[in-house]
Design a binder for this molecule. Structure first.
Ligand code: GSH
Length: 203
């Protein structure tokens, strides 16, 4: 059975929601932060981060790769479209979530990786929060008139939802980004999202 390694509320939540949407049996492994940096886990994921997906003898890391793998393994879900350009759109927004939104967020959550100076940390967090608001505005615009980021439900949506949960926790100033707010409400009402949140002890 597939196994997903996670920290509650962290980026594996996106893959967890996708596993719920797929609806086949799977296992999850709750990790403690210090376990991520110890040899048994580093053998699976040398970055010492979650998610890691283990599918039989196949070990896969990196959120974007895991999300695409899950979707392509389960084409009946339609989470990765058949059409070449529609698939490219999904990858565009997956890249935006992973390499722009998520990576920039890491400057807030992981500020201690970058500097020990408390004043610089504070400045970095303030500047990054402002940049995050600009980046979220790009997705807010994309969501105009749409329920899902690319028009149809895809692996992008649970990733964006996960990032929005962090934005809420860090009180980023995105309350006036109405399309994003509506998207968040829709996702919260989704049964798969609710099941993943419950399983991670977040509801
Ligand atoms: N590029 C990686 C980033 C993974 C990542 O940053 N994971 C975070 C949680 S969202 C983590 O495990 N952080 C713990 C740490 O770095 O110590 C991915 O997309 O999977």
């Amino acid at each position: 059975m597939m196994k997903l390694y996670y920290l509650p509320g962290a980026c594996p939540l996106a893959s967890h929601i996708v596993l719920e949407w797929i609806g086949k049996p799977y296992e999850t492994q709750l990790m403690k932060r210090d376990e991520l940096k110890q040899p048994p886990y580093l053998a699976l994921n040398p970055t010492g981060a979650v998610p890691t997906l283990v599918d039989g003898d196949f070990v896969l890391t990196q959120s974007a790769a895991i999300l695409e793998y899950l979707a392509e393994l389960n084409p009946q879900t339609g989470l990765m479209p058949d059409d070449l350009r529609e698939r490219a759109e999904v990858r565009r927004w997956l890249g935006f979530c992973n390499a722009d939104l998520h990576r920039t967020f890491a400057l807030i959550f992981g500020v201690a990786y970058y500097t020990d100076d408390a004043e610089i940390q504070e400045q970095l967090i303030t500047k990054t929060a402002a940049r995050m608001v600009q980046l979220f505005a790009i997705v807010d615009k994309q969501l105009e008139g749409k329920q899902w980021v690319t028009g149809t439900r895809s692996v992008v949506d649970p990733y964006l939802y996960t990032l929005l949960r962090w934005a809420k926790a860090k009180q980023l100033d995105i309350a006036d980004q109405k399309n994003l707010q509506a998207f968040y409400q829709n996702m919260e009402a989704d049964k798969g999202v609710q099941a993943a949140l419950k399983a991670q002890g977040l509801s």
